[in-house]
Ligand binder design. Structure first.
Ligand code: SF4
Length: 293
């Protein structure tokens, strides 16, 4: 049986890879992004709800085979194809076939996902991904139940699975909603869990919420909340912690975890990697974690 979304997309776009966000996977490269429609979670704060809550018939305008997508990425000088906008686990067959077609022509593939996928499907799905950014929406099960109509434990299992059992490069994103999932205690617990189960070098992106979908009454995340959360995560042992959805050159740049030299400077989506040579810090020679050409 094949889903009727197979081979149909709600749209394509060429993005900088920093927009996924991935900061340690071919920085500065171009990525062809696409998604379908629908989602297996019901996040009340969804920032992409026009797509994730869309009905298939009204939103899947573009027909594209896996081979067409791979060829299109290649001809447009995109290093990767990203499955994004809605969650690719709900179009896993299409994503997997596209990832295989991309590999045939030397194009990497990226899953931007909430990681809410059954163990039986996890292995096949992540086996063909070169990189993934997985949302860890909060570090408490009550949040997942109340705000996402889901559970925390399967997401933690997916994160551990990807870190331990696959070759996919892993980064994590947490959207911080003021007064809902941004307490120092929760961020410290999440960061300590990531250090222990995923490794201290795993990048964490702490991003700003804006009122949307069914959470229009909540306040947008102030920059001060993201700055504080970043400090908490770093104090808890994570080495690569970034702020997102705000202008913050310090919080969006990469520093050497050995000597603190500036390695990769980011201003918006402009990237300068003058502190890096052959993916080592030019000051102290420490290896920069990630996947680089
Ligand atoms: S998992 Fe992502 S796309 Fe799906 S409802 Fe939640 S925020 Fe929206």
């Amino acid at each position: 049986m094949v889903l009727d979304t197979y081979g149909r997309s709600s749209g394509f776009c060429i993005d900088p890879i920093e927009k996924k966000p991935l900061f340690h996977f071919h920085p500065g490269s171009r990525v062809l992004s696409f998604g379908t429609a629908g989602c297996n979670l019901g996040c009340r704060f969804c920032q992409n709800w026009e797509i994730s809550k869309a009905r298939y018939d009204g939103s899947l305008h573009t027909r594209a085979s896996p081979e067409d997508i791979a060829a299109s990425a290649s001809s447009r000088q995109c290093r990767s194809v990203a499955f994004t906008y809605n969650d690719p686990v709900i179009f896993a067959e299409y994503a997997i076939d596209t990832a295989r077609a991309c590999r045939e022509v030397g194009i990497d593939t990226i899953a931007v996902t909430a990681g809410y996928i059954a163990p039986e499907a996890r292995e096949d799905f992540f086996a063909v991904m070169s990189a993934t950014n997985i949302d860890l929406k909060a570090f408490n099960d009550e949040f997942y139940r109340k705000w996402c109509l889901a559970r925390l434990a399967p997401v933690l299992e997916t994160l551990e699975f990807v870190a331990r059992e696959t070759d996919a490069w892993l980064e994590v994103t947490t959207l911080l909603i003021p007064g809902v999932n941004d307490s120092d205690r929760e961020i410290a617990e999440q960061s300590a869990w990531m250090v222990e189960h995923l490794g201290e070098q795993t990048p964490l992106h702490l991003t700003a919420f804006h009122p949307d979908y069914k959470m229009r009454e909540a306040s947008p995340t102030p920059a001060s909340v993201l700055h504080r959360a970043r400090e908490v995560a770093i104090s808890s042992g994570l080495r690569n912690v970034y702020t997102g959805n705000i202008r913050d050159p310090r919080g969006s740049s990469t520093y050497c975890s050995h000597c603190d030299a500036l390695l990769i400077e980011r201003r918006g989506y402009s990237v300068t990697a003058s502190g890096v040579s052959k993916w080592r810090c030019v000051d102290c020679g420490a290896k920069v974690p990630g996947v680089f050409a």
